[in-house]
Design a protein around this ligand. Structure first.
Ligand SMILES: [Mn+2]
Length: 250
């Protein structure tokens, strides 16, 4: 992933985040809220798997604080469009939750900005393992959830498995290929996905693909779109740069 930062730039047209997995112990809800609070933007795309599962009892104070901040953003006075694109983990929740946080829910979302067409889809649609092995995937989720409970201190096992899971399935290329094909069909210049938990970018026949990564690992990522283009951001590195920048000059 190329990392180019404009340290002075805190405003953009659109922010895209995905795979927060609220309700999971590995969710970085507080970091996500701090990131959103530090920016000015006109559109927020929640690109799926905002929730981990249907059990609200697992949401912590930090998880509710993020949801409450998203609700504030969706107040018409703020003039921010908040869009929620459904992920495989959000199913069955998105209608209720999107009302609760004041967002509109979509299967895929398309918008135009500065002469380009953008398309956002979570990406599980191209996960052939998930599509073909629903029962096995459900069993995997159950095991994973219980491992997370055992692993609550270090979270190392959970995060390791999360990365391995995505690698074993060779998900990233499949999702990228599927999304790029859809973008061509829809006449989009840029397509965004989440789901794989691995931030990346690719290009095919003039169409660009970006994956927004996730907020469940030690290196959470997000995407911005503004007049300078599309950028993938590494939250932790940015925070480190910011901290250095605040040091008084010697
Ligand atoms: Mn997903």
């Amino acid at each position: 992933m190329s990392k180019v930062y404009r340290l002075d730039e805190d405003s953009c047209d659109t922010i895209i985040i995905s795979d927060l997995h609220l309700g999971s112990i590995v969710s970085r809800a507080e970091d996500a809220r701090h990131m959103l609070q530090s920016k000015r933007f006109r559109r927020l795309v929640l690109l799926g798997d905002i929730f981990c599962d249907l059990d609200f009892r697992r949401l912590t104070k930090q998880h509710w604080e993020l949801l409450s901040y998203i609700r504030k953003l969706s107040n018409p006075k703020r003039n921010v469009e908040v869009v929620w694109v459904e992920g495989n983990h959000d199913r069955g929740l998105i209608d209720v939750m999107s009302h609760l946080v004041g967002t509109t829910a979509y299967q895929e979302y398309q918008w135009d900005y500065a002469g380009k067409r953008y398309l956002a889809i979570h990406g599980h649609q191209y996960d052939t393992f998930l599509v073909g092995n629903a029962a096995l995937s459900a069993a995997g989720e159950w095991v994973y959830m219980h491992l997370q409970k055992l692993d609550s201190k270090s979270k190392l096992i959970s995060r390791f498995l999360d990365r391995q899971n995505s690698k074993w399935m060779h998900l990233s290329p499949k999702v990228a290929a599927g999304a790029l094909a859809l973008a061509s069909q829809r006449g989009a210049d840029v397509v965004f996905c989440g789901h794989t938990h691995t931030a990346m970018q690719a290009e095919r026949k003039g169409v660009r693909y970006f994956n927004s990564g996730c907020w469940t690992t030690e290196d959470p990522t997000y995407i911005t779109v503004d007049e300078f283009g599309v950028q993938l951001h590494d939250y932790v590195s940015e925070q480190a740069h910011r901290a250095l920048n605040l040091e008084p000059a010697v």
